[in-house]
Write a protein that binds this ligand. Sequence first.
Ligand SMILES: Cc1ncc(COP(=O)(O)O)c(C=O)c1O
Length: 389
Amino acid sequence: MANDFDSPTIDTLTSYASQKWTKYPGTIGAWIAEMDFGIANEVRDFIIAEAQRGTMGYLTDEDRSRSLTATSRWLSRFGWEPEPERMLLVPEVLEAMRQTIKHFTRPGSAVIIPTPAYMPFLTIPGEFGREAIQVPAIHDGNTWHLDIAGIERAFSAGAGLLVLCNPWNPTGRCLTREELEAVCAVVAKHDGYVFEDAVHASLILDDDATYIPYATINDAAAAHSITSVAASKGWNIPGLKCAQMVFNNPSHWQRFKPISYPVTEPTSTLGARAAAVCYMEAQAWNDEVRAYLASNRDLLEERVVTWEGVEVAHAEGTYISFLEFTDLASSGRFGRRSPATFIREEARVALTEGLLSGRDYATFARLAFATPRPILTELLDRIESALYR
Ligand SMILES: Cc1ncc(COP(=O)(O)O)c(C=O)c1O
């Protein structure tokens, strides 16, 4: 039976007391990357059965292997089936990023973050005493492209790692083979490394877009990269704390393996098992969600096109749009406030501040559109009337 993604209301969602719906009381939450559609029946039934059996102990080697094998099989839909033996369960994608910085970059070397970026990318390098070099994307109003020359300049200046987010939060882009080849050429030339965050691979919305795994580009790309994926976005289970880290260079796995235990150990037992359920048994739910999200995206983009002074690029993947309010801001519409603050206070819709995605984006705001269509419509009505009243 088709899932009813339309029915959750603002009142029900607020009563669940999630972070999304409680952090800014009295607002529609469209800031954090969570979906308002619950979870797949297969995942729900599995968790209930686990609870009834009481099987909440530590993760076994068999569990790990089953979960990683399921991940690898799921990734085969993108023409990539990495051996589970060189993959590791970790609690979060961001932990995979931390481990990559710590163990696979030159001491003290800077980290390149193409912007606009997922917000924590900009602060995590600092945890290791590393500079985050922001490389703003080339933006022509309708689309976003990596600035390959800018990335090359950052490597020339001594950076050691590029954080490649594909599909790209918050632009919604799915990078093309040509872009990935260009990235690879620059990284290889400068003997750099790539951390590929593909957590949104399970959220491709367009039929003519896909996720191209960086490691499949060529041997050089595989030799200098680590990838992380997770079921957390596409099946809406980020609270279950499980992601997968793929060592694309087998020798790098051999180097990391002896020190991997404390990194993998905190992964949640339930999360690791649920990830296998998502990848192996709940593809139909993910397919339905993606079709629903694509319609939400269409609605959002159709509405925004009619808003004078506001722009949005087409999101091929993710459930995130990065709205540009530069023209409205320069006409003084927001006074001293940022667009996101203005919209939170005047429209009662909570978006993410653009500046958190990079220093160039004070006049942008990030919007997560994974919400029932009646709520999305209400949210768009509220923003429109606050902007133009
Ligand atoms: C691009 C990206 N990476 C990582 C994460 C967080 O993933 P995790 O909770 O597994 O660290 C998110 C969450 O929104 C994200 O959008």
